[in-house]
Design a protein around this ligand. Structure first.
Ligand code: NAD
Ligand code: MG
Length: 388
């Protein structure tokens, strides 16, 4: 029986994870569920999964949960970041799904890595912010890191088991596929006044609001380029983004002999989640067979950086190294939040990110404190730029 902690249990990835776990009561037990504010969703999840511990974001949410839980299942209820780190590193836990969105997920994901857990990483922002430190922590803690992001999970599946590095395995390039999001074919000039609802209406994937906006700007793919760099040791020139509107090929690995290996499937996150949960075995995920006759064709396009400036900014940050990716991530989080609250236009997201990245450039990162300092300074400048 594998004991699992799900960080961000009430989100899109968290709920998909519980859907897979529910199919295999003989294999997985839930040790802890965490959520920021959705007490209503937790109240549905707790009797079904009977966690030992539940962590929420505030003392008010903890009190509300305590008051509304019925008597049959009463987990320990905690709140705050220290509690997130505790349930991510508890001795009773084997596996941690890191599915909190944004920088808030960094500390608990690191706690899981440090304590040698099997870490299922959906929270790409954590790796983007602290890349080298995160990977060092995984190694030092003897954790195993399994990518949940569908592209990186696909690459992982197309690489040999016991992967030793791109050069050793004869890999030439990683081909990271991207749907292009809802605005793939829109004229850039027409994007100025798109609404949060339009930006969140993704053609192929149902996801949380932040990643949905990131997909519309293609910052998501930019963050994924940086994520691929850290996970697989790929240089910026070894990662090619390929727009593939059907989202059936989840990514590819090109070898020096010209072979290109791809992982395909329906666009449903339960496939990478089930892959990582059971690795190296395979289990049912609830995802239907891929109907290639229905798909009928696979298209590919080169990304247009004029249309998607955020993708270009992410490559710049990756090449700059040091704190640049943390700065870009922080500016983007603040800008996306402002866009979702209608305080910033859609094209303003890229403008804010560019201004903040240009202002700070890059600085050396020697400690987690350096990462948090870069993150905080970038957020402050982004907020000022938006308010001005
Ligand atoms: P979501 O918004 O649906 O859920 C986010 C979860 O994080 C919720 O459970 C919420 O309670 C929790 N959370 C939010 N802010 C928090 C805070 N300050 N402290 C503690 N918990 C907090 O997001 P999602 O779509 O499930 O995405 C989660 C992560 O997975 C993101 O990093 C995203 O980039 C990544 N991801 C998601 C998908 C997808 O299909 N949804 C695919 C690939 C990667
Ligand atoms: Mg992805």
């Amino acid at each position: 029986m594998k004991q699992v902690t799900i960080l961000g249990a009430t989100g899109s990835i968290g709920r998909s994870t519980l859907d897979v776990i529910r199919r295999h009561p003989d294999r997985y037990a839930v040790f802890a569920l965490t959520a920021h504010s959705r007490v209503d969703v937790l109240l549905e999840q707790i009797p079904l999964f009977r966690p030992a511990v539940v962590v929420v974001g505030s003392p008010e949410a903890a009190r509300q949960l305590e008051a509304e839980l019925d008597g049959t299942c009463r987990p320990e209820i905690l709140w705050g970041e220290a509690a997130l780190c505790q349930v991510a590193s508890d001795d009773a836990v084997d596996c941690v799904m890191a599915a909190i969105v944004g920088a808030a997920g960094l500390a608990p994901a690191l706690a899981a890595a440090q304590s040698g857990k099997q870490v299922l990483l959906a929270n790409k922002e954590a790796l983007v912010m602290s890349g080298a430190l995160f990977m060092d922590t995984v190694r030092a803690g003897k954790a195993s890191l399994l990518p949940i992001d569908s592209e990186h999970n696909a690459v992982f599946q197309a690489l040999p088991a016991g992967f030793r590095g791109l050069a050793d395995e004869g890999v030439r390039r990683i081909l990271l596929t991207a749907s292009g999001g809802p605005f793939r074919t829109r004229e850039p000039a027409s994007l100025v006044d798109v609404t949060p609802e339009e930006a969140c209406a993704h053609p192929n994937w149902v996801m949380g609001r932040k990643i949905s906006v990131d997909s519309a700007t293609m910052m998501n793919k930019g963050l994924e380029v940086i994520e691929a760099h850290w996970l697989f040791g790929a240089g910026a020139d070894q990662i090619q983004v390929v727009i593939h509107p059907q989202s059936v090929i989840h990514s590819m690995v090109e070898y020096t002999d010209g072979s290109v290996l791809a992982q395909l499937g329906n666009p449903d996150m339960r496939t990478p989640i089930a892959h990582a949960l059971a690795y190296p075995e395979r289990i049912d995920s609830g995802v239907a067979s891929l109907d290639l006759f229905e798909v009928a064709r696979l298209d590919f396009e080169r990304p247009d950086l004029a249309r998607f400036p955020c993708l270009g900014l992410a490559f710049e940050a990756l090449r700059a190294g040091g704190s640049a990716a943390a700065v870009l991530n922080a500016a983007n989080e603040v800008a996306v939040e402002a866009f979702l609250e209608r305080r910033l236009g859609f094209t303003g997201i890229a403008d804010v990110c560019r201004r903040v990245l240009e202002h700070f450039g890059t600085a050396a990162v020697c400690s987690l404190q350096d990462v948090f300092d870069a993150d905080r300074a970038a957020r402050e400048l982004a907020r000022r730029a938006i308010a001005a």
